[in-house]
Design a protein around this ligand. Structure first.
Ligand code: PMP
Length: 424
């Protein structure tokens, strides 16, 4: 009896679609999602005891591999002290200080429980600070599932073919202005018309929710200048890229200073944490210091802070990102060679521990260009890899993630699987 099928059938009886987050379903690739029972290092193990080399890493947090000893020890120690206090605690300062040190644009940081909470709160703060209502976002960028962001969004929204979302009031959606990624003129045009009403531009500095799209040279700098001219807040959503493409995130990589930054995923070491932070003058607008309200019963949870702090220590080890980046590059170079040998149109991107795979002649620079990718090839490749024990994100619109536990043997095993998968 296939235990996976039994569990998925049972799950659908009690959980909408059988999953607690849509991208976990295999809508983008067909078939039934895999139920995982444990994970360690670069591996995940399913309920039928099959092992997979994992390139999703819980959608980002597991940059040091699953169940890293130091993270587990930190959480175990915290558990014995109590699960939640609802008061300030020292562990919150420990993590906040580490984040402020690693990200120089962050003077003050507020912890929340998810990336969505972080972006939602950052937008409210930008609106409160500027006294303006509109925001600019980019087609194919995903900033979580708050109402303001489900307008031309990436990730599961596009995988499931939902253009926006029923339930988002038109009045709210109307305040979100969308422009194509990597097109400064489009931003200037929108600003020319709406500039006085634009509270913020929010962007994934490297977009990871429409495969992986990097900013063209000068693009982020251009956004910085436009925001300065218009008095709008520049928000980098580094929920995915923070601590992932470099220790200091995409802002370190490209040398651009945003006004506010949002974090998630790695910052919690695998427990539910998000955060937003930035310039002191803006962050002081947050309650209780300022008038913009934002709160959370479990925010700064001691277990989550302990996991996040341990993770920050691991990624601060000398050479961590050099190794991570070298392994990711071995993977993307290797896959390129496998595809070239098979005569399959293919392109890749990679920064730090993040990568993109494109079944097309070249890597896309915006959402429209992504449409030239061959989704059929991706689906067959995904399932071929899965059969050979490699777990890729179950959607052509998601970036891939590698961990520091993906050593040469793991990469070579992955490439061997790719040779078999691509043949088919
Ligand atoms: N922003 C970005 C850039 C993301 O990639 C995500 C999640 N993938 C979010 C925000 C939302 O984070 P969460 O799922 O933790 O709410």
């Amino acid at each position: 009896m296939n235990k996976n099928h039994a569990l998925f059938t049972q799950a659908q009886q009690y959980i909408p679609g059988g999953v607690n987050s849509p991208v976990r379903a295999f809508h983008g690739v067909g078939g039934e999602p895999i139920f995982i029972k444990a994970a360690k290092g670069p591996y995940m193990y399913d309920v039928n005891d099959k092992a997979y080399i994992d390139y999703v890493g819980s959608w980002g947090p597991m940059i040091a591999g699953h169940s890293h000893d130091r993270v587990l020890q930190a959480v175990h120690a915290a558990v014995d002290q109590g699960l939640s206090f609802g008061t300030p605690a020292e562990a919150e300062i420990t993590l906040a200080e580490k984040v402020c040190r690693m990200i120089p644009s962050v003077d003050l940081v507020r912890m929340v429980n998810s990336g969505t909470e972080a972006t939602m709160s950052a937008i409210r703060l930008a609106r409160g600070f500027t006294g303006r209502d509109k925001i600019i976002k980019f087609e194919g960028c995903y900033h979580g599932h708050a109402d303001s962001f489900l307008v031309k969004a990436g990730s599961g929204v596009v995988t499931l073919g939902i253009p926006g979302s029923p339930g988002v009031p038109k009045a709210t959606a109307d305040l979100t202005l969308t422009v194509p990624f990597n097109n400064l003129d489009a931003v200037k045009q929108v600003m020319a018309e709406h500039g006085d009403d634009v509270a913020a531009i929010i962007i994934e500095p490297i977009a990871g929710n429409m495969n992986m799209i990097e900013p063209l040279p000068g693009y982020l700098q251009g956004l910085r200048e436009i925001c300065d001219q218009q008095g709008s807040v520049l928000i980098f959503d580094e929920v995915m890229t923070g601590f992932r493409v470099a220790r200091g995130g995409a802002q370190e990589l490209y040398g651009i200073t945003p006004d506010l930054t949002t974090f998630g995923k790695i910052i919690g070491g695998g427990l539910p944490v998000g955060a937003f932070g930035g310039r002191r003058e803006i962050m002081e607008y947050i309650a209780p210091q300022g008038p913009v309200y934002q709160a959370g019963t479990l925010s700064g949870n001691p277990l989550a802070m302990a996991a996040g702090s341990a993770m920050m220590d691991i990624i601060s080890e000398p050479g961590f990102y050099d190794y991570l980046s070298a392994q990711a590059k071995k993977l993307t170079d290797g896959l390129q060679q496998v595809a070239d040998n098979a005569g399959v149109p293919f392109a890749t991107r990679q920064q730090g521990g993040m990568f993109g795979l494109f079944f097309a002649d070249k890597a896309a620079n915006n959402f429209d260009e992504l449409e030239t990718c061959d989704l059929g090839h991706f689906k067959r490749f995904f399932h071929g890899m899965l059969d050979h024990g490699v777990y890729l994100a179950p959607s052509a619109y998601e970036a891939g993630f590698i961990s520091s536990q993906h050593n040469d043997i793991i990469i070579e095993t992955t490439l061997e699987a790719a040779r078999e998968a691509i043949k088919a």
